[in-house]
Design a protein around this ligand. Structure first.
Ligand code: PAF
Length: 284
C-alpha cells in the first residue's frame, strides 16, 4: 500500500496543490461524503486516468440535508475509507470540519435554477443549493483540473456542470458510470440502511429500469406507457414505495412526453425510511 496524505484545512490543501502544480502536475478531484463503496473507487480510478494527483474529499455536508433526513445517522466508516482510497491509488484525503468549510460569517449560497425543480429537487427543495455551494467551496480550495461525479446522481451531475459553466470555474467535470451489485442494485452508501428483506426487494428498481430499456428497444416511445411498465415491475416488491418516476431531458431535467432523443428515466424509491435513487438513459 502507498502512503496517503490526510489534510484537514484548506490552507494545507492549497499548499500541497501549489507544490504539485509547480511540478507541472494535473490535479484530479473526487468529492464524497465517505462511506465509500466500489462506485466511489471507480471514480478515483477514472480520475487517475486523467490526472497525476488525486484528492478525495470526505465531508458530510450539512447544508444538503433537509429536516428529518439522515444527516445525524449518515454512515461514518473513515478508517475503512482511508484503506480503500490508499488501495485505489488516491494521493490525498481532504477531511475538513464543518467550521473549515463554513466558517463564521459564511453567507453565500449557490442556486442553479431550472435544473433543480424536478425529480429530487421537487422533494428536497434545498438539497441542490447545498450541493452546489459545497462543491463551489471545494473547487475553490482544491482548484482541480478535473472532477469526477457519478451518473447515479444524474441531476446532481447536471447541476454541477451548469454551475461550472455559468461561473467559469475552469474545472472539467467527468461522469462516472453507475456501479451495480450483482443483482443490479446501484451501489450507494445508503444501501447499508436496508434490512435484509428490503435489500432483497431493492433489486426491482434496476429490473424496472431494464424493462423500460427493453420496451424502448421494441419501439415504445410514450413516456406514460414506459413509466407504467416500470411501476408494474416495482409494484412486485411490497416494501417499495415510489416517490417519483419520470422521463426527462438529460440536460434540462424537464419532463418529456415522447422519446425522440435520448431521455433520462429517473426514479426514487423508498424502502422503509431509506430512499434509493437510480436512473437509465433510454436511447430511441
Ligand atoms: O454525491 C455526494 O456524495 C455529495 O452530494 C457531494 C457531491 C460530495 C457533495 O457533498
Amino acid at each position: 500500500m502507498k502512503d496517503i496524505t490526510i489534510l484537514r484545512t484548506a490552507e494545507q490543501v492549497g499548499n500541497l496543490v501549489n507544490r504539485w502544480r509547480q511540478a507541472g502536475m494535473r490535479i484530479g478531484f473526487v468529492p464524497t461524503m465517505g462511506a465509500l463503496h466500489q462506485g466511489h473507487l471507480s471514480l478515483v480510478s477514472q480520475a487517475l486516468g486523467e490526472a497525476d494527483r488525486i484528492i478525495v474529499s470526505i465531508f458530510v455536508n450539512p447544508t444538503q440535508f433537509g429536516q428529518g433526513e439522515d444527516l445525524e445517522s449518515y454512515p461514518n466508516t473513515f478508517d475503512e475509507d482511508l484503506m480503500k482510497l490508499e488501495e485505489a491509488g488516491a494521493h490525498c484525503v481532504f477531511f475538513p470540519s464543518v467550521a473549515e468549510i463554513y466558517p463564521d460569517g459564511f453567507s453565500t449560497s449557490v442556486h442553479v435554477s431550472g435544473l433543480t425543480e424536478t425529480l429530487c429537487g421537487k422533494y428536497r427543495p434545498e438539497h441542490f443549493d447545498g450541493v452546489a455551494t459545497v462543491c463551489a467551496v471545494l473547487f475553490g480550495i482544491v482548484r482541480p483540473d478535473i472532477a469526477v461525479f457519478g451518473r447515479k446522481d444524474a441531476q446532481q451531475l447536471a447541476v454541477i456542470r451548469r454551475m461550472v459553466d455559468d461561473l467559469r470555474l475552469g474545472v472539467l467535470v467527468l461522469a462516472g458510470e453507475i456501479i451495480r451489485e450483482p443483482d443490479g442494485l446501484a451501489m450507494s452508501s445508503r444501501n447499508s440502511y436496508l434490512s435484509s428483506e428490503q435489500r432483497k426487494q431493492a433489486a426491482v428498481v434496476c429490473i424496472g429500469l431494464s424493462r423500460a430499456a427493453e420496451l424502448v428497444s421494441e419501439g415504445e416511445r410514450d413516456a406514460v406507457r414506459i413509466c407504467d411498465a416500470v411501476r408494474e415491475v416495482i409494484a412486485e416488491a411490497p416494501l417499495a414505495t415510489i416517490q417519483y418516476l419520470e422521463l426527462v431531458d438529460p440536460d434540462t431535467m424537464k419532463p418529456v412526453e415522447k422519446l425522440n432523443t435520448p431521455g433520462l428515466l429517473a426514479v426514487a424509491v423508498y424502502f422503509g425510511q431509506t430512499r434509493l435513487i437510480d436512473n437509465v438513459i433510454l436511447k430511441p
